[in-house]
Write a protein that binds this ligand. Structure first.
Ligand SMILES: CC(C)(COP(=O)(O)OP(=O)(O)OC[C@H]1O[C@@H](n2cnc3c(N)ncnc32)[C@H](O)[C@@H]1OP(=O)(O)O)[C@@H](O)C(=O)NCCC(=O)NCCS
Length: 218
């Protein structure tokens, strides 16, 4: 996989929305990527992508998810048409040259970076994409002089909890019944002292061990 990371652009919104629908189906509210990218200066989104060859199918079909596909698809159609109205051209019939594999969003507040979300296209999971996004998000937090990264994760989300633990996040508490769809608890996780020698030494070791060989384009 020829994986690269870069900041999210407005053109990425339809693909990012597809990935989000797969990862966080309704009733989880859709992220307003447009507002996050265009207005919210405290937010930063990264995307993982690979270049498509000319003869490759632009974007995979929405796969069967647990969500209400009709409302999901109509949300996506509405988003695409809004996108066309705002920016002309469009995404329907115009093949994107890059396939988005995942994204991660960070909010910055004083010395805290909050990992708002991270998601990988289902067909590309367990291939190191989520880990690379987390590495890039941590680097970004370091560059913004954050000293702590915080996040919430569903108690049942074993994959995400394992990913965060691998990168030194500690489970520091719970928010009972935080997720309104099923009243599931959120586990609060933090990576403290991300500029400390102990954190950075471990982080560099993990980065070097990560199999994806990426250009450091952040
Ligand atoms: C969580 C998520 C982003 C991980 O992305 P990914 O690309 O599949 O993860 P990676 O292949 O980079 O795996 C990195 C680490 O995550 C953990 N991990 C990933 N998938 C796992 C699974 N199915 N079971 C257990 N641990 C898993 C492991 O620690 C793994 O490290 P290892 O390979 O050394 O064991 C992905 O599963 C996803 O998009 N899930 C849906 C959205 C979501 O839940 N986001 C988190 C919200 S808080």
């Amino acid at each position: 996989m020829n994986l690269s990371i870069r900041p999210m652009d407005l053109e990425d919104i339809p693909q990012a929305s597809e990935i989000e629908l797969e990862a966080f189906p309704p009733p989880w509210p859709a992220t307003n990527f447009m507002r996050e990218l265009a207005i919210n200066s405290l937010t930063f989104y990264l995307v993982a992508y690979e270049e498509l060859c000319d003869d490759e199918k632009p974007v995979p079909e929405l796969r069967d998810t647990n969500c209400d596909t009709r409302s999901s698809e109509s949300r996506l159609t509405a988003l695409r048409s809004l996108f066309r109205r705002l920016f002309g051209g469009g995404t329907d019939g115009v093949a994107p040259r890059q396939l988005l594999l995942g994204f991660a969003g960070l909010w910055f507040m004083a010395d805290e970076a909050h990992l708002a979300n991270i998601a990988v296209r289902e067909a590309y999971r367990q291939r190191g994409v989520g880990e690379q996004l987390l590495i890039s998000a941590i680097k970004l937090a370091m560059e913004h002089n954050a000293s702590i990264i915080t996040l919430e994760v569903r108690a049942s989300n074993r994959a995400a909890r394992a990913l965060y633990k691998k990168y030194g996040f500690a489970e520091v508490g719970t928010r009972p019944a935080y997720y309104t769809d099923n009243k599931e608890d959120a586990v609060l996780m933090t990576a403290d002292g991300i500029t400390s020698a102990s954190f950075t030494d471990n982080f560099l070791m993990l980065c070097q061990a990560h199999p994806s060989k990426l250009g450091d384009d952040l």
